[in-house]
Ligand binder design. Structure first.
Ligand code: ZN
Length: 426
C-alpha cells in the first residue's frame, strides 16, 4: 500500500559485517550526533525533510560497530561509511506518524511530524539512511539518505537547556549501561518535589517486574526536572488545555485514553540534560492513559490507581518493541497489520514466518491455533486475536501485561524479548 518517496538515492549495498567493539573509536568519537527531520506524508507514503544537525553531549548508546542492520521497528536508521559502504551503526524505531498514516484523516490530508534520531558522532563523512518497513511484504524501502560531514561548521554545538536533574540509580558506565531519562510533563517549578518522588515510585515498581528486577543494575536512571507553566495536561473532551513543557494531550486520534505528544523537538531538548537512550515521560494527572513507541518514548500518567501497571506496559512498547496483544471483539477497526507479512514485533504472529517467533517455546502437544479455553490458561500457545485485530493475528498467551492490566508478569515470549533488549543472552 505504501509508495515511498526517495529523496536522493545512492548505490551502496550494505552487507552485514562482523566487527569488533574495538572498531568503535576508529569510526566514532564519544560525542552524540542528533539528526532532526520531519516525516511528511499521508496514507500513500512519506518523505523526510532534514531540519538540523547538532552535537549533543555524550553518546549513551552501545559503543560498538553494528554487526547487522536493526530488525525491529517501523523505521530503521543506518550510518554507513561513505568511503567503503561499510555499515557502522543501525537502529530501529516506531513513531506516532506511522499510526497516523493508518487513520482516516491520512486519506485526505498530508501532515508533517517532527522526529529526532541519535547516532554516535562519526569521525569522517558518513551516509545517513532512513528506511521504512514495508506494510505487506518483507523488507524495507528507502525514504531518504544524505551525507553528513562531522567537520561541517553548520553542525550546531550548543550546550543543553540548563535543567536540574537527579540521579535515581547508577549514572556510571554510560555506553555500557542502558540510560533512561524520566522527564517531567505538567509539573510546575513548585511541584518538582512531587516529580522526584513520583519517579522513585515508578522506577521502584518497574524495576520490581521480571525480567527487569533480575537485571536492575544494567540501568542508569535520571529524573530531568522540566518545569511547565501550568500543572496537568490537555483533556480536549472536557475543554481542558494546559501550557506544558512537551505539549502532551489525551484523545490522540480521538481515543480518549491515548496520551501523546507530537512535539519531539521539545522532548529531546529536555532529555539532552542527561545522557539518554530511552525516554519515559511522567504526566502529572490522575486520569487514566498513556502511550509508547519503540525507541521513541513511553508516557503515562502519575496518579491513576493503574498508572504503575500502565507504565510497565508502555515501556514494553518503547524498550523492547512489544506489540499490544489486545484486540477489539466488537469494533470495526482499520487494520494496523497486514496479514500478508510477518509483523516485526516479537510477541504477535500472522503465522507467515512462525519459525522466527516463539514456535520453539511451544509444547509439541499444543495445537496451532490454540483454543482460548481453561486447559490452556497460562500456557504458551498460538491464540487468535492480537494487534487490535480479532482475526489473522495470534498472541502467545491468553493474557499478558501487553494485553491487559490484570497480570503482574510478562508472558514467557515478552519476557524473552525484554531480555534480548537488555542484551542478556540466555
Ligand atoms: Zn506477552
Amino acid at each position: 500500500m505504501k509508495k515511498l518517496c526517495l529523496l536522493v538515492a545512492f548505490a551502496f549495498s550494505v552487507e552485514p559485517m562482523m566487527a569488533q567493539s574495538d572498531d568503535y573509536h576508529q569510526f566514532f568519537t564519544d560525542e552524540c550526533l542528533r539528526v532532526d527531520y520531519e516525516l511528511v506524508g499521508n496514507r500513500e507514503g512519506e518523505t523526510a525533510v532534514l531540519k538540523e544537525l547538532k552535537a549533543q553531549g555524550v553518546w549513551a548508546g552501545p559503543k560498538r560497530v553494528c554487526a547487522e542492520p536493526a530488525q525491529l521497528g517501523n523505521y530503521r536508521i543506518s550510518v554507513v561509511d561513505s568511503a567503503t559502504g561499510k555499515l557502522l551503526y543501525s537502529n530501529g524505531f516506531s513513531s506516532i506518524f506511522n499510526e497516523w498514516q493508518q487513520s482516516p484523516e491520512a486519506l485526505t490530508t498530508t501532515a508533517s511530524f517532527y522526529h529526532v534520531s541519535l547516532v554516535p558522532m562519526p569521525r569522517r563523512t558518513v551516509l545517513f539512511r532512513l528506511e521504512r518497513t514495508n506494510y505487506d511484504k518483507p523488507g524495507n524501502s528507502l525514504i531518504s539518505e544524505f551525507f553528513i560531514n562531522p567537520k561541517s561548521k553548520f553542525i550546531r554545538r550548543e550546550s543543553a537547556k540548563p535543567l536540574n536533574y537527579t540521579v535515581v540509580q547508577g549514572c556510571d558506565d554510560v555506553g555500557t549501561k542502558i540510560d533512561i531519562a524520566f522527564l517531567a510533563e505538567g509539573y510546575t517549578a513548585d511541584q518538582m518535589d512531587k516529580f522526584r518522588a513520583d519517579v522513585n515510585r515508578f522506577w521502584s515498581y518497574m524495576a520490581g517486574v521480571e525480567p527487569y528486577s533480575s537485571h536492575k543494575d544494567r540501568f542508569n536512571v535520571y529524573a530531568v526536572e522540566s518545569p511547565s507553566a501550568e500543572s496537568g495536561t490537555d483533556i480536549p473532551n472536557r475543554g481542558i488545555f494546559r501550557n506544558t513543557a512537551m505539549n502532551f494531550t489525551f484523545s490522540t486520534f480521538d481515543v480518549d485514553r491515548y496520551l501523546t505528544t507530537f512535539d519531539m523537538e521539545s522532548v529531546h531538548d529536555i532529555a539532552a540534560a542527561v545522557p539518554y537512550e530511552h525516554i519515559i515521560i511522567l504526566v502529572n494527572t490522575s486520569e487514566y492513559g498513556g502511550g509508547g513507541f519503540y525507541n521513541f518514548y513511553c508516557a503515562g500518567t502519575a496518579d491513576h490507581n493503574l498508572s504503575l501497571r500502565v507504565m510497565v506496559h508502555e515501556f514494553g512498547h518503547s524498550f523492547a518493541g512489544l506489540a499490544d496483544e489486545y484486540f477489539y471483539a466488537d469494533e470495526a477497526n482499520e487494520e494496523m497489520y497486514s496479514l500478508q507479512r510477518e509483523p516485526w514485533e516479537p510477541n504477535i504472529t500472522t503465522l507467515i514466518d512462525f519459525d522466527s517467533k516463539w514456535k520453539s517455546m511451544l509444547d509439541v502437544a499444543t495445537p496451532v491455533p490454540t483454543p482460548r479455553t481453561e486447559s490452556y490458561l497460562g500456557k504458551v500457545g498460538v491464540f487468535e486475536g492480537g494487534g487490535y485485530q480479532t482475526k489473522g493475528i495470534y498472541s502467545p498467551v491468553q493474557d499478558c501485561i501487553m494485553r491487559s492490566n490484570t497480570p503482574k508478569t510478562f508472558c514467557p515470549v515478552c519476557h524473552k524479548a525484554i531480555l534480548k533488549a537488555m542484551g542478556v543472552e540466555e
